[in-house]
Write a protein that binds this ligand. Structure first.
Ligand SMILES: [Zn+2]
Length: 261
C-alpha cells in the first residue's frame, strides 16, 4: 500500500488540467472562484475553512473511535495513503446506515458504515480512489467555493470584503453539508472514475474492483428502492451507474485484466 503515494504522483499529471471545458455549473464555479480570489483568499486559506466545515460535520455525525472495528478496517485499507499532491489525507468512519463516502478539499475523507457493510476492502479502496480523485482534480475545492459563492452569506462577504467574519459556525456547517450533497458534473464523475481506476492499478489491485464497487451501489439502490437519498455522492449520477460499470469493465478488458471471482 506504500505504492499508493508514488502512484498519486504518477496519476496526477494526467488529470490536473482537465477543468477547462466546462458545463454551466462549472462555469459558475469558476466565477465563484474568481470572486473568492478577488477577496484575496488563497486555496490554503480556503482549505482551512473547509477543515472548519468538516469539524462541524464530524461534530454532527457519530464518528467511530480509532479502536472500533470499522475504523481499524478503514485504517488497514488506507494504510500508506497519506497525501494526494500536497494535501494530507485523513480518514474517519461515520456510523450511519447510508451507503455513502465523500472527500473534501482539505483532504478529509469520510466513509459511512453503510458503505463498508456492502463492500469488500478492494471495492472500498476503489471508492476512496474515486473520492480522492475529486480532491486531486480540485472538484471538491471548486464545489466548496461554489457553495460559498451561492450562499446567503456571500452578499455580506462581497460587500464587506471580510470573509473570515462572515464564516460563522452556522455558515461553515451549511457549507460542510454542501460537500456531502455535492453533485458533480458528468465529466467530473468520469474523471474521478478514471482516477479511481488508475489508483487501484497503481496500488497493485485489480481495477475490476472499481466496476464491482459500482455494482454494489447499484444493488444497494435497487434493494432500498430509493437511490439518491440513501446512496449519495457516488450515485450523483449522470453518468448513470450502468454505463459507469460498462465503461470500467471495458477498460479492464482492454487493459487485459481478468475479472476476479
Ligand atoms: Zn464522484
Amino acid at each position: 500500500m506504500k505504492k499508493l503515494l508514488l502512484l498519486l504522483a504518477a496519476v496526477l499529471p494526467l488529470f490536473s488540467c482537465s477543468m477547462l471545458q466546462n458545463i454551466n455549473t462549472e462555469r459558475v464555479m469558476t466565477g465563484g472562484s474568481k470572486v473568492v480570489q478577488a477577496l484575496g483568499v488563497t486555496n490554503d486559506q480556503m482549505k482551512s475553512y473547509v477543515t472548519s466545515s468538516v469539524a462541524q460535520l464530524d461534530a454532527a455525525a457519530t464518528v467511530l473511535p480509532a479502536s472500533n472495528a470499522y475504523s481499524k478496517r478503514l485504517a488497514r485499507i488506507t494504510s500508506g495513503l497519506t497525501k494526494v499532491d500536497d494535501t494530507p489525507l485523513n480518514f474517519k468512519v461515520y456510523k450511519q446506515d447510508e451507503v455513502n463516502a465523500f472527500a473534501c478539499a482539505d483532504g478529509s475523507v469520510r466513509v459511512y458504515t453503510g458503505l463498508m457493510d456492502i463492500m469488500s476492502d478492494n471495492e472500498i479502496l476503489g471508492v476512496i480512489g474515486h473520492e480522492v480523485g475529486h480532491v486531486a482534480m480540485e472538484h471538491t475545492m471548486n464545489a466548496y467555493k461554489y457553495a460559498l459563492y451561492t450562499s446567503a452569506a456571500f452578499d455580506v462577504i462581497a460587500s464587506t470584503g471580510n470573509l473570515a467574519a462572515a464564516l460563522t459556525d452556522s455558515v461553515l456547517g451549511q457549507l460542510g453539508q454542501s460537500m456531502i450533497e455535492a453533485r458533480y458534473s458528468r465529466k467530473q464523475e468520469t474523471e474521478a472514475d478514471d482516477f479511481g481506476y488508475s489508483f487501484l492499478k497503481a496500488a497493485g489491485v485489480n481495477p475490476w474492483y472499481m466496476a464491482s464497487a459500482f455494482e454494489q451501489l447499484q444493488k444497494a439502490a435497487g434493494e432500498s428502492g430509493a437511490a439518491p437519498s440513501s446512496v449519495t455522492e457516488m450515485f450523483s449520477s449522470h453518468p448513470n451507474t450502468a454505463s459507469r460499470i460498462e465503461r470500467m469493465s471495458a477498460k479492464c478488458t482492454a487493459d487485459g485484466f481478468t475479472r476476479p471471482e
